[in-house]
Design a protein around this ligand. Structure first.
Ligand code: UTP
Length: 290
């Protein structure tokens, strides 16, 4: 089956980035000239998906507004003869069909995804976390969809992390599968205590899930941090059917974390078509002064 829909949960509180995220959703924080969430929506569009489902919460309307048509702004830009800018803004709102569902309480990522069950129905779908950015030649979602077209089972994107960092991630244990960079998942655990796993395969914010996950999520009880964890539901899914971990090509940035956000600004800044060259030179100047 084709992957037609992508769920992007954006209902989290963003406590790691307070006070910046008190009144502004973390997904609206800017990387060079556009909000984080726009990069993720562009990845979805470039991967051939037809529809996005935002899982939102109170205080996140700026995200929906960003992808909506702004009649007033459009007229003002036309009056001021800023046609190209107006068209660029309209392109954002025309990128893809977007709907929103509301997560009434921040009960966890697993619960956020479950909230989208009626819009997804009975088909496999993609999940992209609203603050996880992946810089790559081929969009990460597209790489995963190509793999899904071959194997037709759930896939989690993974990256290797140092052993002393595994407690910050969902960790996958599994075996090589004969396919390059693909592993059959045996076990997964959310934020394992140090020393409790030998694996360095950390789950990042890209998943392709079979719809069976919804039934499992409906009975998943709160886990780590008192939240309904997607990782717990994924582990239950591996008992029913095969699941694969895929070491994608590219570099992932956690833009919901202060350090990850700064790294993303530098990575995207030095590649920017308009200011990239000047920014690189500026960084070299700064480095000389350090
Ligand atoms: P995070 O843990 O990164 O997001 O969740 P958070 O809770 O907003 O951030 P901190 O830890 O307090 O700083 C991963 C993703 O899951 C979404 C978040 O919006 C983020 O995209 N999420 C998390 C929800 O949509 N609902 C939730 O109840 C929890």
């Amino acid at each position: 089956m084709k992957i037609r829909k992508a769920v992007i949960p954006v209902a989290g509180l963003g406590t790691r980035f307070l006070p910046a995220t008190k009144a502004i959703p973390k997904e609206m924080m800017t990387i060079v000239d556009r909000p984080t969430i726009q990069y993720i929506v562009e990845e979805v569009v470039a991967s051939g998906i037809d529809q996005i489902i935002f899982v939102t919460s109170e205080g996140k309307s700026a995200i929906e507004n960003h992808f909506d048509y702004n009649f007033h702004l459009d007229s003002v830009l036309r009056e001021k003869n800023k046609v190209a800018l107006g068209e660029e803004l309209n392109n954002i709102s025309n990128l893809i069909d977007i709907v929103s569902v509301r997560q009434k309480k921040p009960l966890g990522l697993g619960h956020a995804i479950w909230t989208a069950r009626h819009v997804i129905g009975n088909e496999p779908f993609m999940v992209l976390l609203g603050d996880d950015m992946v810089l790559s030649n081929i969009p990460c979602a597209k790489q995963m969809i190509s793999l899904f077209d071959e194997i037709g089972e759930s896939i989690v994107a993974i990256q290797r992390v140092p052993q002393n960092q595994t407690h910050r991630y969902g960790i996958v244990e599994g075996e090589e599968n004969g396919r390059d960079k693909t592993y059959r998942v045996r076990r997964m655990v959310e934020k394992p205590a140090p020393g409790t796993t030998d694996s360095d395969m950390a789950i990042i914010g890209r998943y392709i899930l079979m719809p069976d996950i919804f039934e499992i999520l409906s009975t998943t009880t709160p886990g780590h941090g008192g939240e309904i964890q997607l990782t717990d539901a994924l582990l239950a899914l591996t008992k029913k059917r095969s699941m694969y971990a895929y070491e994608f090509d590219g570099k992932r940035y956690d833009a919901g974390d202060k350090m990850g956000y700064l790294k993303a600004i530098v990575a995207y800044g030095i590649r920017h078509t308009e200011i990239g060259k000047d920014f690189r030179e500026h960084l070299i100047e700064i480095a000389a002064d350090l």
